[in-house]
Ligand binder design. Structure first.
Ligand SMILES: Cc1cc2nc3c(=O)[nH]c(=O)nc-3n(C[C@H](O)[C@H](O)[C@H](O)COP(=O)(O)O)c2cc1C
Length: 223
């Protein structure tokens, strides 16, 4: 029976299938780890563009918490990354969202330094019109740099608008909605920081809710 050609073919096929599945699993794991590492490095580079690595001595990618203020931060869950030097607060970087872009949500990184001024702002994701609203990208123009060093003291809150609306920030020709949305989201992030700065840097490192639930589920089933 074992020597029958069909049985041999079947066994060989099964062996190849096992080896194949094994190879796929190993490759998948290796790729998954590589992808995770690439994502971590990309995030670290974005954070360090706003909070220079030389100004902190903590692991800013993992020193984070999750806060919730949909009115000020544009979404239910906002991750805040902390930059610290010798345990002292240096900066808080918010993953704020401007909900009212021309084509919907605009995802931001807003770095607020411990003194309440802006370390800088970057656009992480958006669907604004190419050639019109996309000048918010750091690769496509200097406009996003206009936030650096600004605060709720400079300019005064009433001036946190685009020039067309009586404020100090430039709009783009033919495009006001996009810059207007970002100016508002950055101002709101500063307001959130101003109201919560004392507790913010003391916040316990916290994983996003989903992970929390997964962890809770794991502990639950482990009981
Ligand atoms: C096809 C199309 C795409 C547009 N895309 C944008 C955009 O991405 N961002 C933007 O601010 N305005 C965009 N606009 C222009 C806006 O409709 C609006 O006229 C402009 O932002 C001025 O707004 P305001 O009248 O509120 O100042 C677009 C207009 C058209 C027709």
């Amino acid at each position: 029976m074992i020597k029958h050609p069909i049985t041999i073919a079947g066994l060989l096929l099964a062996m190849f299938a096992v080896v194949g599945v094994g190879l796929v699993a190993v490759t998948h794991q290796a790729t998954k780890d590589q992808i995770a590492e690439n994502e971590r490095m990309a995030l670290l580079n974005s954070l360090n563009a706003l909070v220079p690595a030389s100004s902190i001595d903590n692991d800013i990618v993992n020193d984070k918490t999750v806060v919730s203020d949909i009115d000020k931060l544009g979404t239910k869950e906002t991750t805040v990354y902390f930059g610290r030097k010798a345990e002292s607060p240096v900066a808080a970087v918010f993953t704020s969202i401007a909900p009212d872009g021309y084509s919907g949500q605009i995802k931001l990184l807003v770095a607020v330094l411990a003194d309440g001024s802006l370390g800088g702002v970057r656009v992480v994701a958006h669907k604004e019109t190419p050639g019109l609203g996309d000048k918010i990208e750091v690769e496509k123009g200097d406009w996003i740099h206009s936030f650096q060093g600004k605060s709720l003291k400079d300019p005064k809150p009433a001036k946190w608008k685009v020039k067309r609306d009586g404020g100090i920030f430039d709009q783009f020709s033919g495009a006001t909605i996009t810059p207007r949305a970002i100016v508002k989201a950055v101002k709101n992030t500063l307001l959130y920081y101003d109201e919560n700065k004392k507790s913010l840097f003391l916040a316990k490192k916290q994983a996003p809710a989903k992970e929390q639930m997964a962890e809770a589920a794991k502990t639950e089933s482990g009981k």
